[in-house]
Structures are given as C-alpha cells and as structure tokens.
Design a protein around this ligand. Sequence first.
Ligand SMILES: [Zn+2]
Length: 233
Amino acid sequence: MMKLYSLKLTSVICPKCELTFATPVAKMPKLSRESRVETDLHRVLPDAAIRASLIAMCPECLYTWWLSAFQTHYFLPEMLPDAPPVDNAKKFGHAVLSGRNNGAHSLDRAIVALNGYWCAREDFQSADKWLELASRELYEALNDDSWDGNRGRYQFIMGEVLRLMGEFHDAVRFYSLVDRRSVLPRELINHQIEQAKNGDSTPTLLPPHIIEEIFLPKPTIVPTAVPSDVSVA
Ligand SMILES: [Zn+2]
C-alpha cells in the first residue's frame, strides 16, 4: 500500500520573486472505497511528508502556497536550491501567512489550515492549535456571503472541526445548517449530530458506502429518448 505513494523532486518558479527552486511532489493512488477517509471529509495519508508536498515554499522570499500555483521549470531539480527545511505541518502555517499577506480568500486559508491539522495528525503532533486556526478561518469564510459554492459542505466541515474541538453544542448548530444542496448523505449528517450529542470528539473513519456516495458517485444515466413512432409497450 505504502509503495503506491512516492515523492520526487520537481523544479518550480516562485511567482513572487521568480527564483527557480526544487521542491518535492507526490504521487498518490486514486481514492477508492477502501481508502481511509475521515468524517471531516479528508483522506488519511500514510506520511506527513506526502501532504506537506502539496505546499511549496520559496527559499528566497519564503512565499508559501499550493504547489499547483507554482509554474514548473525544465531545469533539473538536483541543480537548484532546495525549499527550506521546514517541519511538515509548519509549511501550512507559512501558507496561511502568505495567504493573508497576498489577499487570499478566508475559505482558501481555511482549507490550508485544515490541511495543517491533517498534516500535524499524520506527523503524530498535537492538533489543538490547528483546529483553532481552521475554525477561525472557516468561521470568517462562512460569514462572508460574497462567494458562491457548496456552502453546506463547509458548514458540515465546520461542524466537524467544532466536534473535534469538543464544542459539541456549536457543532450541532453547524451540522443543522447543512441542506440537500450540500450533496452530503443524510445518514452521515445524522450520524455526526448523534456523535456530537454523545460528546464524542474522536476522529472517525467513513464507512466504504459513504465514501462511495460522496467521492465516487456513479455517473447518472440519462435515459435515451424513445422515438415516438417506436412501440415500447
Ligand atoms: Zn520567492
């Protein structure tokens, strides 16, 4: 299973100072019913370095953001300066800061902070301050009416963050805001409300059928139109 995950170096250009540097990039297996996915809708990765490689940090100006926002370069990474040797989860902290300094939306910063929490867990570190940071950023994002998107999904994740923090009453309040447009299974929402009401703050794995329903939905089959002169009786 571990073998399916791998890291190699790639060359990227910093969008702020244009330095070309080397940073790790991960290869991951496709998500399946058998993947470990928790109720806060994240996939558990086998190594914090895999998640940390989703973020690149410039060694010159320290700009830090999703690797996907950096252009790749044809130079061999072995010839280039390395990204700074920063602790896996701390990279996400730097990214939240870069996001703030560069006007990134609170929802984007919240997603970075959530990844910091997941990364800290994958590195067996304390998660408390990450959950607090994620809850602050998510709260700001959900208070902002200017963005369109699956708000229900983030209300649900906010419920999860609060449950994991032991804030059960507020957790239930956020779960209860989640409506059908979130496309989340009712069974899952009810289960999490129940878990919060029971005062259970532990991270919880999703059962395979819920993973399938959320992440691997079957394509909707559109019935072929039947020509009116053909009898279908
Ligand atoms: Zn830079």
